[in-house]
Design a protein around this ligand. Sequence first.
Ligand SMILES: CC(C)(COP(=O)(O)OP(=O)(O)OC[C@H]1O[C@@H](n2cnc3c(N)ncnc32)[C@H](O)[C@@H]1OP(=O)(O)O)[C@@H](O)C(=O)NCCC(=O)NCCS
Length: 181
Amino acid sequence: MNARLRPGDPARPDPGQDFLLRDMTASDLDAVMRIETAVYPFPWSRGNFADSLTPQYVARVLVDADGEVAGYFIAMPGVEEMHLLNVSLAPQAQQRGLSLLLLDSLLASCRDHGAQLLWLEVRPSNTRALHVYEQFGFYPIARRRDYYPSTDAQGRTCREDALVMSATVADLLRRRGLAAE
Ligand SMILES: CC(C)(COP(=O)(O)OP(=O)(O)OC[C@H]1O[C@@H](n2cnc3c(N)ncnc32)[C@H](O)[C@@H]1OP(=O)(O)O)[C@@H](O)C(=O)NCCC(=O)NCCS
C-alpha cells in the first residue's frame, strides 16, 4: 500500500517535502546500492537485496517528491515476530526525522503480519542508530559477541559485537499513537 507521509512529531519542524513509502522492486536496486555503499563500511551486496524481494521479506523504499529513493528497510517476519535486518537513509536524507517514517512503516508491517515482537541488531559504535532506536522505544536485551566485521584504529580487520534490541509491537504502536482504539 502506498501512503503520503510526513514525520510524526508535530512539535518538530517538518522537512518540507512529501514522501511516499512503497514496496522495493528490482528497479530500485541501483539507487538502493548507491545509498548502501555510501552509508556502510561493510555494505550488503546487490544479491542480498535481490534475495529480499520475495514474499519471505518486507522490503520498502522511502521515495521523495521527485521519485528519488531516500531510504529503505528490509525486515523478515517470523512466528509472531519481526526481525529488522536493514534500515538506511541516504546521507542527505539523515537528521530530518525521516527514520520515523521508515520505522512507522515497519510497525504497520508488524501489525499486518501479526508480529508481537520486533527486534534488531546494531553496532554499539553506531551511536546515531542507537539513539534513534532508543527514542523510538527499543531496549537492549542481549549482546552477540564478534557479530560484525570491523576494522580497528590501525585499519586491521577485526570483529565488533552486536547489541540486540527489542520492543513489543503493542508498546511501539502505543508510543507512536498508532494503537487501535
Ligand atoms: C540510522 C538512521 C536510519 C537514522 O536516521 P537519522 O536521519 O540519522 O535519524 P532521524 O531521521 O531520526 O533524525 C533525527 C534527528 O533529526 C532531527 N529532526 C529534524 N526534523 C525532525 C522531525 N520533524 N522529526 C524528528 N526529528 C527531526 C532531530 O534533530 C533528530 O535528532 P535528535 O533525535 O537527536 O533530536 C540513519 O542515521 C542511517 O541511515 N544511518 C546509516 C545506516 C545505519 O547505520 N543504519 C542502522 C543500522 S543498525
